[in-house]
Design a protein around this ligand. Structure first.
Ligand SMILES: Cc1cc2nc3c(=O)[nH]c(=O)nc-3n(C[C@H](O)[C@H](O)[C@H](O)COP(=O)(O)OP(=O)(O)OC[C@H]3O[C@@H](n4cnc5c(N)ncnc54)[C@H](O)[C@@H]3O)c2cc1C
Length: 496
C-alpha cells in the first residue's frame, strides 16, 4: 500500500459516490463501461455450429438480453482458450468457431437501454485504451484485427472510415497504433467519455467500515416508487497526474481492470536499475533509444554509408516482445546480441508462418545462432550476471563460462506483472492464495459467472488479464458477467 491511510475507513468530505468504480481504462474497462451505459447483447436467432448452444439460446424468452439470462446455463459445456465460461460464451457468439479458422458472422446484436444505465466511473493513468496507448505503435497485433474490436463498431469499418475507404486484407493483423486510436475513438463515439476520468492514478482501495455507513431511502417524485440508496462498501483514492490534485470515490462495487503490464519483470542483477537511460524494460523506450543510436551513427558517418560502428544492442528474452526488439534493431541495421535462457525455444511455433513470418524469421535466427543474419549473434542458454555503468555486461553460458561484452543499449523484455499495490496487503486474491497474482500462472480467483473476487470483501470484481483472460476477444465475457450480476443485484434491491 502506498501513501494511504489504511485506518481511515470513514468517508472523507468531498468524496463522490458512484455505484461502480472501474480501475483501468483499457479494453476491459471500456467494454464494461459500454455495458453499464445500458448497451446490452441479444442473441440474433442465427444458427451456431454448436447445436447444443443454439438450443440453449433458443430456449430463452424471445427478446431477453443475455445480461438477464442464466449465464451458467448458457455457457455450460463450452471449451476453448479461456478458463472463464462466460468469456467462452461471448467469444463464440461474437466470433463463432474462430479457432477453427472460420470467419462466421456474429450472432449478437446490441440494443441501447438508457434507463438501465448504471452510475459508474472508469479511472486510468493515460488516455482511454490502457496498455495499447503505451505500447510501441509500429508493432503488429498477434490477433486478427477483427478480434481487437469492441461491440458496436467493427474494426474494419472504423479503419475504412479512418483511411478513406482503404482496409487491410481480410485476415490481416492491425498495427498497435491503429488499435490504440480505435479504442480512443470508441470511447468518444459511443458516448462513454463522460464516464471516464483519465490521466489519474489510483493509490489506495480500501473497504469501508460499514458499521458507520447507512442506507438512505429516497422516493421518486414522479412514480412514488421508493428506492434504497445502497451503502458504500469501498473507498477509492488517488490523484490526477497533471496537477497532483487528489480525488476520492466511494462506491458499492469496485472493479479491478488494471491489466498485466504495469510492472515489467526484472532480471534482478546488479546494475539493472542503476542505468535507466540505456538499460530498458519496454519496447517503446527501446525504439527511442534505437533512434538516438541511429542519429549518433549518422553524425559520425557524415553521410558516408559504412558498416554499423556502435556496440551491439543486447536483447534479453525469448518471447514475442524480445522478438519485436530484434526486428526493430534489424530494421535499423543495428548489431544485435540476443541472450536467452533456453535453446531456441518455441517462439512463434504456435503461430502460422504465413501470418507471422517475422516471428518465424527471428526463431530461425535464434536457432542458427546468427548464421542467417551477419549482424545478429544468439547466446542461447546464457544468463546476464551483471551490468556495469561502463556499458559492459557479464553473461554466463551453459558450461559456466563467463564472458564480458560491451554493449550500447540493453533491452530486458521478459514479461510483466500487474501492479496491485493499491489494495490492502495480505488479501491473497490469486487462485494460489499464498502466491502473488500473475496473469498467466496465478490469476485472481473469480466466481466464473459473476467475476466477483472470491477472497475479497463483498463488492469487488476483476476481469481481463487479471482474471486470466489475456486476449481482448475473451475479456468481453468478463464484462458481461459483471454487468449481468450488477444488473440482477440492482433489480433485486433498488425497488423496495
Ligand atoms: C506486447 C503485447 C501485445 C499484445 N497483443 C495482443 C493481441 O494481439 N491481441 C489481444 O487480444 N491482446 C493482446 N495483448 C494483450 C492485451 O494487451 C490485453 O488483453 C488487454 O489490453 C487487456 O486489457 P485491460 O483493459 O484488461 O488492461 P490494459 O490494456 O493493460 O489496461 C489497463 C490500464 O489500467 C492502468 N492502470 C493500472 N493500474 C492503475 C492505477 N493504479 N490507477 C490508474 N490506472 C491504472 C494501466 O496503466 C493500463 O493503462 C498484448 C499485450 C502485450 C503486452
Amino acid at each position: 500500500m502506498r501513501d494511504c491511510n489504511v485506518h481511515g475507513t470513514s468517508i472523507p468530505d468531498g468524496a463522490v459516490y458512484k455505484e461502480v468504480v472501474i480501475i483501468g481504462n483499457g479494453p476491459s474497462g471500456i467494454a464494461l463501461s459500454y455495458l453499464l451505459a445500458g448497451n446490452w447483447p441479444y442473441y440474433n436467432g442465427g444458427i451456431h455450429p454448436d447445436e447444443m448452444l443454439t438450443a440453449r439460446l433458443s430456449g430463452a424468452s424471445p427478446g431477453r438480453s443475455i445480461v438477464k439470462q442464466d449465464l451458467r446455463f448458457l455457457s455450460q459445456g463450452l471449451e476453448g482458450r479461456s478458463n472463464n465460461p462466460v468469456s467462452l460464451l461471448m467469444d463464440t457468439l461474437n466470433h463463432p468457431c474462430a479457432d477453427l479458422g472460420l470467419e462466421l458472422p456474429s450472432l449478437l446484436e446490441w440494443h441501447r437501454h438508457p434507463e438501465c444505465q448504471v452510475d459508474h466511473i472508469v479511472l486510468g493513468k493515460g488516455p482511454p485504451g490502457g496498455s495499447w496507448q503505451a505500447m510501441d505503435g509500429n508493432v503488429l497485433t498477434i490477433s486478427l484485427a477483427s478480434w481487437m474490436q469492441l461491440p458496436g463498431i467493427e474494426f474494419r469499418a472504423w479503419e475504412a472510415a479512418e483511411n478513406a475507404g482503404v482496409v487491410s486484407s481480410r485476415d490481416s493483423r492491425a498495427s498497435v497504433a491503429a488499435v490504440a486510436r480505435y479504442y480512443y475513438d470508441y470511447v468518444h463515439s459511443q458516448g462513454l467519455a463522460r464516464f471516464f476520468h483519465n490521466g489519474c492514478v489510483v493509490m489506495c482501495v480500501h473497504p469501508l467500515d460499514i458499521s458507520h455507513s447507512q442506507n438512505t431511502d429516497t422516493i421518486d417524485p414522479e412514480t412514488g416508487v421508493q428506492y434504497c440508496q445502497p451503502q458504500a462498501l469501498w473507498r477509492v483514492e488517488g490523484f490526477d497526474l497533471s496537477n497532483s490534485v487528489p480525488f476520492c470515490y466511494v462506491c458499492r462495487r469496485v472493479v479491478l481492470a488494471t491489466g498485466s503490464t504495469d510492472l515489467p519483470n526484472r532480471l534482478g542483477v546488479p546494475g539493472e536499475l542503476a542505468n535507466p537511460t540505456w538499460v530498458l524494460h519496454d519496447l517503446r523506450s527501446l525504439e527511442m533509444a534505437f533512434d538516438r543510436l541511429m542519429e549518433e551513427e549518422e553524425g559520425d558517418r557524415e553521410g558516408v554509408p559504412t558498416e554499423p560502428r556502435c556496440d551491439p544492442v543486447l536483447i534479453v528474452g525469448a518471447g514475442l516482445s524480445a522478438a519485436d526488439a530484434v526486428l526493430a534493431a534489424r530494421f535499423r541495421s543495428l548489431p544485435i546480441m540476443h541472450v536467452f535462457r533456453k535453446k531456441a525455444g518455441t517462439l512463434g511455433k504456435q503461430l502460422p508462418e504465413n501470418m507471422y513470418p517475422e516471428y518465424h524469421k527471428v526463431h530461425q535466427m535464434m536457432s542458427d545462432g546468427g548464421a542467417s543474419y551477419p549482424c545478429y549473434r544468439a547466446l542461447a542458454e546464457h544468463r546476464v550476471l551483471e551490468i556495469s555503468s561502463d556499458h559492459k555486461v557479464r553473461v554466463i553460458g551453459p558450461d559456466n563460462t563467463v564472458s564480458v561484452h560491451r554493449v550500447s543499449v540493453v533491452a530486458i523484455l521478459i514479461g510483466s506483472h500487474p501492479d496491485l499495490n493499491f489494495l490492502p496487503p495480505g488479501l491473497g486474491l490469486g487462485v494460489k492464495s499464498s502466491e502473488p497474482v500473475d496473469c498467466r500462472s496465478n490469476p485472481i480467483d473469480v466466481d466464473p459467472y459473476t467475476h466477483r473476487v472470491v477472497r475479497a470483501p463483498p463488492g469487488m470484481y476483476a476481469l481481463g488479464p487479471l482474471a486470466g483472460d489475456n486476449f481482448v476477444r475473451f475479456l468481453q465475457g468478463g464484462a458481461v458477467a459483471i454487468a449481468s450480476h450488477i444488473n440482477k443485484e440492482l433489480q433485486h434491491y433498488t425497488v423496495l
